[in-house]
Design a protein around this ligand. Structure first.
Ligand SMILES: Nc1nc2c(ncn2[C@@H]2O[C@H](COP(=O)(O)OP(=O)(O)OP(=O)(O)O)[C@@H](O)[C@H]2O)c(=O)[nH]1
Ligand SMILES: [Mg+2]
Length: 251
């Protein structure tokens, strides 16, 4: 269970262990008081997310929240992007992982200013963590801030960080049914990057099926297919980035 969002409190397992098997609806456990943790946690998070968004808007900072399951290629995509575009834009990165500074070290090696957040038992970043990280990296005006969220297709979907766009990454080794199994993540995303296309000859993954499933939960979702290994498709991602930078700076 996530230590910060209490995200399994509604699972059948917790219900079975919660001494409350009968079916009538009411909002108490016998002799106990129920606190709506999800509502309270998200209410405070949303207030702070709006504060972050105001900061980003005031400074024309394009902030992108990268979300995916573990290992889909978030850091690989950042390494490529930062290396290829660093002469044209000012980039900053906030890295989220449960433990270690391995991803921050990889980003640092590209020459980009980066801060690592370790969430410990937590399974996602929240707006409060971003607020603190901003005080450390102090991004300048008209820059681009990437936030690499903790690898997890569930909890990060609930937590607005104040970002302008949410980018979900799936890789072809994960199975093309992920969008309907984890709909919240795909419903809240603006762009879906399908990564590791170099492995398509070796895995049973249908790009068309993945897109069809994703459109069932988010009809307006855009897709870009890439391979961070070969570089295939990256120019389209860079083009999307440039268009969004332009619209942010001109807004
Ligand atoms: N074949 C292939 N491997 C890739 C590609 N992109 C990333 N990888 C590999 O996939 C593994 C995971 O990549 P990362 O970039 O660390 O993934 P991540 O999403 O940042 O992982 P977490 O931060 O742990 O969630 C690494 O071994 C990468 O080299 C790709 O396009 N093709
Ligand atoms: Mg990573």
């Amino acid at each position: 269970m996530c230590a910060t969002c209490g995200c399994d409190t509604n699972t059948s397992t917790s219900r079975q262990n919660g001494e409350h098997h009968h079916s009538h609806e009411h909002n108490h456990l016998h002799g106990k008081t129920i606190i709506d943790i999800e509502k309270d946690v998200l209410y405070e998070n949303n207030l702070l997310a709006e504060r972050n968004r105001g900061y980003f808007d005031a400074k024309n900072i394009l902030t992108l929240n990268l979300v995916s399951s573990p290992g889909s290629g978030k850091t690989s995509l950042l390494e490529k992007t930062l290396t290829d575009l660093k002469d044209r834009f000012n980039f900053y990165v906030i890295e989220g992982d449960q433990q270690t500074s391995r991803d921050a070290d990889r980003i640092h090696a590209t020459g980009t200013k980066v801060v690592q957040i370790n969430t410990g038992k937590g399974c996602h970043l929240d707006a409060h963590m971003i607020l603190h990280a901003l005080q450390g990296i102090k991004p300048i005006e008209n820059s681009i801030l990437f936030i690499e969220n903790v690898g997890n297709l569930i909890c990060p979907a609930m937590f607005d960080l104040g970002e302008k766009e949410r980018v979900v990454i799936i890789s072809v080794t994960e199975g093309d049914d992920k969008p309907i199994k984890y709909p919240d993540m795909f419903h809240t995303a603006h762009l879906c990057i399908i990564n590791k296309t170099d492995l398509l000859p070796y895995v049973p993954f249908s790009i068309e099926k993945a897109k069809e499933y994703a459109r069932q939960v988010n009809p307006g979702l855009r897709f870009i297919e890439v391979s961070c290994l070969t570089g295939e498709g990256l120019p389209e991602w860079y083009q999307w980035l440039k268009e969004n930078i332009l619209s942010t700076v001109q807004a």
